[in-house]
Design a protein around this ligand. Structure first.
Ligand code: 5AD
Ligand code: SF4
Ligand code: FES
Length: 346
């Protein structure tokens, strides 16, 4: 790594600002990786501390009306195993998440029209009554639906932009509009949700310049949470033959996100662990501060197959809980206490 790169990393660590060109030059540089990760780890510690927040992930429906080219839940995938938990089953999983000591549940599904805003709102009210923080990840809805869910008590919402390259987005997510996705994120923010977004790394045709623009987009919308992961090719989708996303690039993108959004919550995602065992630890040392253990039980756990080989599908929720706690402590970090929401220091 040359001195220019070193200076850029120092600037990012100090000022939390970089231009698109500066960011792209770091993302393109394998040799900058360790220094970026070390700087991101210091920023993580200074802004969000040593706690690793755990969110219990409930994957409640594998039906989806969309057709994203990379995703196993896409509607044209006839091999996808579809299931839909009942509202009672979802609430029961939330109770178990609470009993396991997770202060937050993430309720995630494909874009399943059975779950109208009204049905979802009723579930959210019950889960809120348990005293849990509720994060929804159910895709694109109207502002009125988002408002109803917020009024029912939902605290946070995850909706990845996937890529800020509009042409690429509309090619890979056929029938979806980039503009509408940006509209969804703006509506969520203005309704008072904590908003999580993120992107996929390794999409065919994606450049480091495009990834740099993704990071600047997260900064421009003041994202509270940013989740990224490598594309993991799924053989039952049109992108089944493309190479997997480059883990090293994912790590540089994660470090860049921490440098430019020092207060954000950044999860060490399962997709990374799927490509490289131990990757979650690596990410927790490169800027990340959140993990999302799956609390979905039984058959549903393997049927929610966005991509193949998903880490932990064969494990039980209780096993993952103990495993994660052990792994966090072994790193000299602590399991987060409390809801672990967005901190504001700047
Ligand atoms: N590989 C990695 N991530 C994927 N997602 C969907 N399909 C894949 C895949 N094949 C991600 C998308 C979506 C999130 C829920 O899962 O980014 O937003
Ligand atoms: Fe549906 Fe989300 Fe998969 Fe796209 S990425 S097909 S919206 S579940
Ligand atoms: Fe699932 Fe370790 S987190 S087995």
């Amino acid at each position: 790594m040359d001195d220019t790169q070193r200076t850029l990393i120092e600037k990012a660590e100090r000022a939390h600002r970089l231009s698109e060109e500066e960011l792209a030059s770091l993302l393109a540089d394998d040799a900058a990786e360790e220094a970026m990760a070390a700087a991101a780890d210091r920023v993580r510690r200074a802004f969000v501390g040593d706690e690793v927040h755990l969110r219990g992930l409930i994957e409640f429906s594998s039906y989806c009306r969309q057709n994203c080219m990379y995703c196993g839940l896409r509607r044209d995938n006839e091999k996808a195993q579809r299931y839909r938990l009942t509202p009672e089953e979802i609430v029961a999983l939330a109770e178990k998440a609470k009993a396991a000591g997770y202060p937050t549940v993430v309720m995630q599904s494909g874009e399943d029209v059975w779950f109208t805003a009204e049905r979802l709102a009723a579930i959210v009210r019950e889960v809120k009554a348990l005293g849990l923080t509720v994060t929804l990840s159910v895709g694109e809805r109207t502002r009125e639906e988002y408002r109803a869910l917020r009024e029912a008590g939902a605290d946070r919402f995850l909706l990845r932009i996937e890529t800020t390259d509009q042409a690429l987005y509309e090619r890979l997510d056929p029938g979806m509009s980039y503009e509408n996705r940006v509209r969804c994120l703006a509506d969520l923010k203005s309704l008072g949700y904590e908003v999580g977004t993120g992107c996929l790394v390794g999409l065919p045709g994606q450049s480091v310049a495009s990834l740099a623009r993704d990071v600047l987009f997260f900064q421009s919308i003041d994202a509270d949470m940013v989740g990224i992961g490598p594309l993991v090719p799924n053989g039952d989708t049109p992108l089944g033959d493309v190479p997997a996303g480059d883990m090293r690039l994912v790590r540089r993108v994660a470090a860049a996100i921490r440098l430019l959004l020092p207060e954000a919550n950044i999860p060490a995602t399962t997709a990374m662990e799927t490509l490289l065992p131990g990757a979650r630890e690596l990410m927790l040392r490169s800027g990340a501060n959140v993990m999302m253990p799956n609390v979905t039980e039984g058959e549903a756990r393997q049927k929610y197959a966005l991509y193949p080989g998903k880490a932990c599908v064969a494990d039980t929720p209780a096993h993952c809980r103990a495993c994660m706690e052990g792994r966090i402590q072994a790193m000299g970090r602590t399991v987060g206490q409390g809801a672990g929401g967005r901190r504001r220091a700047l």
